[in-house]
Design a protein around this ligand. Sequence first.
Ligand code: CDP
Length: 222
Amino acid sequence: MSIVIAVDGTAASGKGTLAKKLAKHFGFPHLDSGALYRLTALGVLEAGGDPANEADAVKAARAVDYARSADPAIRPDAVGAMASKVAAIPAVRQALFEFQHRFVETPPEGAPGAVVDGRDIGTVIAPDATAKLFVDASPAVRAHRRWLELKSMGIERLEADLEAELVARDAQDRSRAVSPLCQAEDADLLDTSNLGIDAAFAAALALVEPKVKGQLEAKPRG
Ligand code: CDP
């Protein structure tokens, strides 16, 4: 069994940044599962389809190419909101399940483990994950971080609008029938409201490292 670090959490909570840093620390590949839903939303848009239409959304999900996950076109919050819509369609989640499952079962390049961030990693994709974090922060702090991130990409938005959108997206993600956003029973909660990136990473590492070390020692590399 591979080592899996599941990093779930609310929108713009910093889970992606933490997941990337954890992946670098342990030398494991990182999967940004949110990018799969964002790419699905973008695919629907590019095809001139309707994100609420199941057939359009499933077609786009089946055509997702994770190699495009760094495409800045998937980052605007309008795409995030649309991603949350397609993510509520069970057949879309089903279409994206296999790729994620393979990533955690057999991490790329023979790595002994993987770090995956998202909403349902510790609950659905990897319920037996080695370590599970649930990352959260106050809506105001998350809106400020998203504002800074968008500003660095040349996108000017009002912080109050971003906060309202994040709260609405979390509500939608928490209330969907299939794979809702929720903290797994055995996940550690990490509230980063008062933590900068370095402090948040130190806190994450303190929670995760003992578990990963234990499994690395039990599992010979190769
Ligand atoms: O970066 P941010 O937290 O804003 O969002 P993201 O992780 O890129 O996810 C975008 C949307 O995809 C979320 O609002 C969820 O609706 C959906 N998603 C999901 O349903 N399951 C996942 N494992 C990851 C994302």
